[in-house]
Design a protein around this ligand. Structure first.
Ligand SMILES: NC(=O)c1ccc[n+]([C@@H]2O[C@H](COP(=O)([O-])OP(=O)(O)OC[C@H]3O[C@@H](n4cnc5c(N)ncnc54)[C@H](O)[C@@H]3O)[C@@H](O)[C@H]2O)c1
Length: 246
């Protein structure tokens, strides 16, 4: 059965990494997908289209810029006439895990808040009116296991995303729209492998001693985006191999 047959999904940060895989999986499950990224999304959109036989389009969008996120949602409306799911996946964690608070360079701090927090907000603001028209919506914000740490600048942005998820959920709960958050543990991806010098140590701290995969994270998303999860909102789901199970 196609779990998202004819649903319309926007995935941000879909040019590479986890977002690229989410887009492919949604297409495989029957959705029409808008792949949004600051970088070229052409090859990712072709890959997603090939996967599911659905129509997938790539749009250039900077999530920090409201005009750009409005244009992203307009592209979904023009191509498919509706919007069911927004996955706020675009994120920055370059240099942030190691930065600490005392020495964290301004440009890294500002860019992370702009993309991870403001970017998720802008996409939500742009997407909700079109979801409201359809009387159905699922917003998935993306946090991180790092949100548990108060000394990690990246984790602080993700903690704000989790908190904002609760506010968003309350705002749109009466419109058939749920807003939830997935907090992944370290996942086997280019960015994780190149940026975490202590990946083995992090995995050793998990209850299940392997890195996560995009499929592990996607299956949690499938539930949260389903009709069956219509009474689940404002929650953060830690999909992290038991990293926080102490
Ligand atoms: N990979 C992991 O282990 C892991 C763990 C926890 C959380 N996460 C979160 O999952 C998400 C994806 O992570 P990833 O490892 O695939 O990262 P990644 O760096 O490989 O991909 C992020 C994508 O976001 C895009 N992006 C950056 N700024 C943007 C902007 N202003 N507008 C639009 N797109 C923008 C980038 O171009 C890139 O394609 C991020 O939010 C990250 O914080 C990842």
């Amino acid at each position: 059965m196609s779990r998202f047959q004819d649903r319309v999904v926007i995935v941000t940060g879909a040019a590479r990494g986890l977002g690229r895989d989410y887009a492919r999986y949604f297409a495989r499950d029957g959705a029409n997908v808008v792949l949004a990224d600051v970088k070229g999304t052409e090859s990712a959109a072709e890959e997603a289209s090939a996967e599911g036989g659905q129509r997938c389009i790539g749009v250039e969008a900077d999530v920090t810029d409201r005009a750009s996120t409005d244009a992203m949602v307009a592209a979904a409306r023009d191509a498919f006439g509706r919007l069911d799911v927004l996955v706020n996946n675009a994120g920055l964690w370059r240099g942030l895990n190691e930065a600490g608070l005392l020495e964290c360079p301004d440009e890294i701090w500002d860019a992370a808040w702009a993309v991870n927090v403001t970017g998720s907000l802008r996409c939500y603001q742009s997407a909700v009116p079109l979801m409201r028209e359809g009387g159905f919506g699922r917003v998935i914000n993306i946090s991180s296991m790092a949100a548990r740490s108060g000394s990690n600048p990246y984790g602080l942005t993700k903690n704000a995303v989790e908190h904002m998820t609760r506010g968003m959920a309350r705002e749109v709960g009466g419109d058939g729209i749920t807003v939830n958050c997935i907090a992944p543990g370290i996942s086997a991806f280019e960015a994780a492998q190149s940026q975490l010098t202590n990946a083995d140590q992090v995995v050793a701290g998990n209850a299940i001693k392997r890195m996560g995969t995009s499929a592990d994270l996607y299956e949690a998303m499938v539930y949260l985006c389903s009709e069956q999860a219509s009474w689940v909102t404002g929650e953060t789901f830690h999909i992290d191999g038991g990293a926080g199970a102490h």
